[in-house]
Design a binder for this molecule. Structure first.
Ligand code: MN
Length: 264
């Protein structure tokens, strides 16, 4: 079948004296390498167009970036909160809500796992070093592809199947994390300090998988297990695309004039 379309949430960044609507190319490489068509969606269109923007898309990837505004989970801002972007929050919350309504497969990465948790009613640590100090350093000032701390995966979970592993040492650069897990999410990966590093939907629910690290950065490492996450997303997107086109055909055939007049 044809390559499925994967919507990819972008960021707005300023450099060389201009605002750019952009996303790290690593996300684009990862989706393309897995056989998907990456479609970059910008918050600049506003949350009112998020649902329309997802028409024709077969999956949603929520990317990394700014801290989610703690107002979305009813907490006052910590002094260590970093640069929330209200426009990005609003746009991605609208994308996610629409994706769940449609049963689109969703992959969340770093900020993505945090946004998903908040959207479903969970809360966040706003700054791990000051609020939840521990032996694991999650925000490593090293190369983006450096593998830094272990994550233990729940056997048989969507994550373990996609990664083909029970444990993994991924890269890690985040200062926030899941505090209270949202209802409807299942934790399936943990750092050695107990921090949730993976959350996913229950079996039988629409496919959703979210990780706290940055698997996209490993796109150029031959055979890296992280590429399995993107292959799983694209596989689910193909499945969604097939079922969506089947139900569209069925809708057309049950509402066509031929069919309705035939009964008269
Ligand atoms: Mn971590």
């Amino acid at each position: 079948m044809s390559a499925p379309r994967v919507a990819l949430s972008a960021v707005v960044r300023r450099w060389e004296d201009a605002d750019r609507a952009t996303v790290n190319a690593a996300y684009v490489h990862s989706v393309a390498n897995a056989g998907g068509i990456p479609l970059i969606l910008s918050q600049i269109m506003g949350p009112g167009l998020a649902a329309r923007a997802l028409d024709g898309c077969d999956a949603l990837l929520l990317s990394g970036g700014e801290d989610v505004d703690p107002a979305h989970y009813g907490a006052p801002p910590s002094p260590a909160l970093r640069s929330p972007d209200p426009a990005r929050d609003a746009f991605e919350l609208a994308l996610f809500r629409t994706a769940r309504e449609r049963g689109l497969p969703v992959l969340g990465i770093c900020r993505g796992i945090q946004l998903i948790n908040v959207a479903l009613g969970g809360t966040l640590w706003q700054d791990l070093p000051s609020e939840r100090p521990g032996p694991v350093y999650h925000d490593s000032p090293v190369a983006r592809t450096a593998r830094t701390h272990e994550v233990r995966l729940a056997p048989g979970s969507r994550a373990a199947r996609a990664l083909g592993a029970q444990t993994l040492i991924p890269n890690s650069f985040h200062h926030q994390g899941i505090r209270d897990l949202a209802p409807g999410l299942v934790a399936t990966g943990w750092a050695a300090d107990g921090l949730i590093e993976v959350a996913e939907s229950a079996d039988g629910d629409a496919w959703l998988l979210a990780v706290q690290w940055h698997p996209e950065e490993m796109h150029a490492e031959p055979g890296s297990p992280e590429q399995g996450l993107f292959r799983a997303l694209v596989q689910e997107a193909k499945r969604y695309s097939l079922s969506a086109s089947r139900s569209a055909r069925e809708r057309r055939s049950t509402t066509s004039p031929e069919r309705s007049s035939a009964g008269k």
